[in-house]
Write a protein that binds this ligand. Structure first.
Ligand SMILES: *Cc1c(COP(=O)(O)O)cnc(C)c1O
Length: 461
C-alpha cells in the first residue's frame, strides 16, 4: 500500500490570475446582483465552482492541435480525425458533430420522438427533459430508490430500476417508447455512476421489444473509472476497454464534450442506425451546419479529439475522482451533511439538513451559496427550491423542491489542492456561525428557469 499524496498529474504552463476581493467589495457585488450569483461578474469571483461544464483547462497538446484545425467547409481532415477516434473508442458507425450536448439531444429527439411518446432514463438532465417536453413527449425518471436517499452509500446510485422499466413498457406499450436513455454518470443525481451490470440488464429488458438504448454520455470516462474501482471483475480492465464495453450495449449516444471531452465547447451524436443517421444529418445541415463541422470550428474539433483521448488517462481519472472525494470527505468531517458517496464531478451539500433553522421556502441552499461567496469569494450553485420550486399560478402558493442542495462543481484540471483547502477553510468559517445565517425571499422572478434571473432580499430575522 502506498500512502503518498495523489498529486495533480500535470504542471502549469499558462496561468490565469484570479483576484482577491475585500468583503466590502463582495457585499456590494451581492447587493448589485440582488443576491443571485449568476449575476455576479466572474472577475469578482475567486474560486468558481458554479459548474464543471466547459470551464476546465486544456492541455498543451490540445492547444497545439488548435493550430492544426482544418477550417474547410466540407470534408475537413479535423473531422476525419474525430470520426476515427470516436469510432475506435465508442464503436458506433455514425458520428455527427454538434456545438454542444443539447444540440445533439435536439437532433436525436426531433428525429425519433413525437407527441405522446415516453422516454425513460435513470434521471433526465434538465436540457434533455426540456428537449423531450418541447416535442410534447414525456420524460420519465426511473433511478433506483437508493439514488434518492442522500446518505445511502450504494456504489452505483445512478442505476436504473429494472423492474420499473419493465412495468413502464408493460403499462404504456413499446410502440410509445421510441428509445430508452441512460445518463452516465447520472448528473442530476449527484454525478453517481451506473454499473456495467445495470447497462447490460437495461439492454436485456429492451431487446425483446426492439427498443433502442442511447447513452447520455457527457461523463463517460468518470463512469468507466468508477466501474473499475467499484465493480467486481473490472479491477484489471483498462478504462478504454470499459468505455468500449459500456458503449457496446447501446445503439448510440449523445455527448456534451464540455465535460469529459475536456474542451470549452463541443459535442456529438452517435448512432448505428443508417436511416436515422441520414435524417439527423439533414436536420443538422438545416440548423447546425454541414455534417463535417456541425456548428464547430475545425480547431474546436481538433481540441475535442485530443481531449477524448486524454480523458482516458488513468492517472488523470484517479486524481479527478480523488479531488472530488477529498472535498466531500472533509466537508462531511467538519459537519456538513452531504450526498454520499461523493460523485465524479461535484459535491452536493444537503442545505436543508445543514441549515435546519431555515425553512425550505426561505431557500437554505441559496443562503449557503450567498454566505460562501460573501465569506471567501467562492461561487456555487443552488439546486433546490430556487431552481425547482413550483409556483401555483392561480393561488401564487409555492411548493418547495424535494431536496435543498448546494452544488460545488469542480472544473477539470483547473484548481490545485491548496485551492480546495481554501474552499474548506471558508466552508468551516461559515459552518461555525451557521446559526447567524438567515434565509432569503424572492422579490422578482420569471415563469421559466427563474434561478438564472431571480432577485432576492435577505430576511432580517
Ligand atoms: C451538460 C449535460 C448535457 C447538455 O450539454 P450542453 O453541452 O450543456 O448542451 C446533457 N446531459 C448531461 C448529462 C450533461 O451533463
Amino acid at each position: 500500500m502506498s500512502f503518498r499524496t495523489i498529486i495533480e498529474p500535470f504542471t502549469i504552463k499558462s496561468v490565469e490570475p484570479i483576484r482577491m476581493t475585500t468583503k466590502d467589495e463582495r457585499n456590494r457585488a451581492l447587493i448589485k446582483a440582488q443576491y443571485n450569483l449568476f449575476k455576479i461578474p466572474s472577475r469578482m469571483v475567486l474560486i468558481d465552482l458554479l459548474t464543471d461544464s466547459g470551464t476546465g483547462a486544456m492541455s498543451s497538446e490540445q492547444w497545439a492541435a488548435i493550430m492544426r484545425g482544418d477550417e474547410s467547409y466540407a470534408g475537413s481532415t479535423s473531422f476525419e480525425r474525430l470520426e476515427s477516434t470516436v469510432r475506435e473508442l465508442f464503436g458506433f458507425s455514425h458520428i455527427i458533430p454538434t456545438h454542444q450536448g443539447r444540440a445533439a439531444e435536439r437532433i436525436l429527439f426531433s428525429t425519433t420522438c413525437k407527441k405522446g411518446d415516453i422516454i425513460p432514463n435513470n434521471t433526465h438532465f434538465d436540457t434533455t427533459r426540456g428537449n423531450i417536453e418541447f416535442l410534447g413527449a414525456e420524460a420519465v425518471d426511473l433511478v433506483i430508490p437508493e439514488g434518492l436517499e442522500p446518505r445511502n452509500p450504494h456504489p452505483f446510485k445512478g442505476n436504473m430500476d429494472i423492474l420499473k422499466l419493465k412495468n413502464l413498457i408493460k403499462k404504456r406499450g413499446k410502440d410509445n417508447i421510441p428509445l430508452c436513455l441512460l445518463t452516465i454518470t447520472n448528473n442530476s443525481g449527484g454525478g453517481q455512476p451506473v454499473s456495467m451490470q445495470n447497462i447490460r440488464d437495461v439492454r436485456a429488458v429492451l431487446d425483446p421489444h426492439n427498443i433502442p438504448l442511447y447513452l447520455d454520455a457527457a461523463r463517460f470516462a468518470e463512469n468507466a473509472y468508477f466501474i473499475k474501482l467499484r465493480e467486481k471483475g473490472y479491477e484489471e480492465v483498462s478504462v478504454k476497454e470499459i468505455i468500449h464495453e459500456m458503449m457496446s450495449f447501446a445503439d448510440g449516444c449523445t455527448v456534451s464534450a464540455k465535460k469529459d471531452g475536456l474542451v470549452n465547447i463541443g459535442g456529438f451524436l452517435c448512432t448505428n442506425n443508417d436511416l436515422l443517421a441520414q435524417k439527423k444529418k439533414d436536420l443538422l445541415i438545416l440548423t447546425e451546419g454541414f455534417p463535417t463541422y456541425g456548428g464547430l470550428a475545425g480547431r474546436d474539433i481538433e481540441a475535442m479529439e485530443v481531449g477524448l483521448r486524454e480523458v482516458m488517462n488513468e492517472d488523470y481519472l484517479k486524481y479527478r475522482l480523488t479531488e472530488t472525494q477529498y472535498l466531500g470527505e472533509h466537508l462531511a468531517e467538519m459537519g456538513y451533511h452531504t450526498i454520499q458517496p461523493p460523485g465524479g464531478h461535484a459535491i452536493y451539500i444537503d442545505a436543508k439538513a445543514t441549515l435546519e433553522h431555515i425553512s425550505p421556502l426561505n431557500y437554505p441552499g441559496q443562503a449557503l451559496a450567498v454566505e460562501l461567496y460573501k465569506t471567501g469569494g467562492i461561487r456555487s450553485c443552488e439546486i433546490g427550491s430556487v431552481m425547482f420550486g413550483k409556483v401555483e399560478p392561480k393561488t401564487k402558493r409555492e411548493e418547495p423542491a424535494a431536496m435543498e442542495l448546494l452544488r460545488l462543481a469542480l472544473p477539470r484540471r483547473t484548481h490545485t489542492q491548496s485551492h480546495i483547502d481554501y474552499v474548506l477553510e471558508v466552508a468551516k468559517e461559515v459552518l461555525d456561525r451557521k446559526k447567524e445565517i438567515k434565509g432569503l425571499k424572492i422579490t422578482k422572478q420569471t415563469t421559466f428557469l427563474r434561478h438564472f434571473t431571480a432577485s432576492f432580499e435577505p430576511l432580517l430575522s
